[in-house]
Design a protein around this ligand. Structure first.
Ligand SMILES: *[C@@H]1O[C@H](CO)[C@@H](O)[C@H](O)[C@H]1NC(C)=O
Ligand SMILES: *[C@@H]1O[C@H](CO)[C@@H](O)[C@H](O)[C@H]1NC(C)=O
Ligand SMILES: *[C@@H]1O[C@H](CO)[C@@H](O)[C@H](O)[C@H]1NC(C)=O
Length: 245
């Protein structure tokens, strides 16, 4: 006991105070473990965990107002067709912004997975609603951009075929989740580095799917992963950023 106390104090003494790590970091292992800072938020969001068994923790590695680097580690089995979680990082969207009043929604991110032999998506998830005070766990409309579809997992609804938006081809799926209409743009192969103006997706949806941009308020702007099943894997997300202008 004496010895270990001595060791601890000598380690502490060896660390100069000026070297204090100014990175913003967090470890989130609770079902809804949550962190916020610099205009962003990160949620472990294991909302569907009871459909199977497994565990997931999410870690904030570095955050500044120009972007957030984070990772999430999970393993899930059982409940084959149930999403277990949506660990994500989101912009804290300023209230009262109609989609039509936002000229651009520039975002960039890059990501890696240590084990891609899983059934999961890596996706943006963006809710909008006519009520600016709608709760942030759903909306009237949901826009998903699947940067990766791994394994035999499917978005809600039915495929409308191939569309080209923001310089890239996507398989567009449209369906309903209860009262919420869901648009999912699915990349044909994983897009590990994404740099786009998401307003182009809304412009497309307004002209081809009747999306009412001038009466929908932006509620959330998140990027993360929805695992169904798979053995231990880590998704690392580098410098996720969103700029609304
Ligand atoms: C997940 O990993 C943990 C730690 O390695 C292990 O104890 C647990 O049994 C695993 N669960 C599943 C469902 O694979
Ligand atoms: C953390 O982010 C800031 C701002 O982007 C950057 O200057 C810094 O190098 C990053 N630090 C690490 C350890 O990644
Ligand atoms: C993160 O991305 C933003 C937006 O593209 C950029 O301004 C910033 O320099 C990037 N930061 C790092 C550490 O790469």
């Amino acid at each position: 006991m004496q010895l270990s106390l001595l060791l601890l104090s000598s380690v502490a003494a060896a660390t100069p105070l000026t070297a204090v790590d100014k990175r913003q970091t967090a470890t989130l292992c609770e079902q809804y473990g949550y962190w916020s800072g610099n205009g962003y938020e990160v949620n472990n969001n294991n909302w569907g965990k009871d459909a199977g068994s497994g565990q997931q923790c999410t870690y904030v590695d570095n955050a500044s107002s120009s972007g957030v680097t984070w990772h999430t580690t999970w393993n899930w089995s059982g409940g084959e067709n149930n999403v277990k979680s949506y660990a994500n990082c989101g912009l804290q969207v300023p209230a009262g912004r109609l989609v039509s009043s936002i000229n651009s929604m520039k975002t960039s991110v890059s990501w890696t997975l240590t084990n891609s032999n899983v059934r999961a998506d890596v996706a943006y998830d963006i809710f909008t609603a006519a009520d600016p005070n709608h709760d942030h766990s759903s909306g009237d409309y949901e826009l998903m951009i699947w940067l990766a579809r791994l394994g035999d997992v499917y978005p809600i609804g039915t495929s409308q075929g191939n569309v080209n938006v923001a310089g890239q081809n996507w398989d567009l799926w449209v369906g309903n989740n209860g009262a919420m209409k869901v648009f999912s743009f699915i990349a044909g192969s994983p897009v590990n580095s994404f740099n786009a103006d998401v307003k182009e997706f809304y412009t497309y949806l307004e002209s081809s799917q009747g999306f009412p941009s001038s009466s929908q308020y932006l509620l959330t702007f998140q990027m993360g992963t929805e695992p169904f099943t798979g053995e231990q894997t880590t998704l690392t997300v580098n410098n996720y950023s969103v700029n609304l202008a």
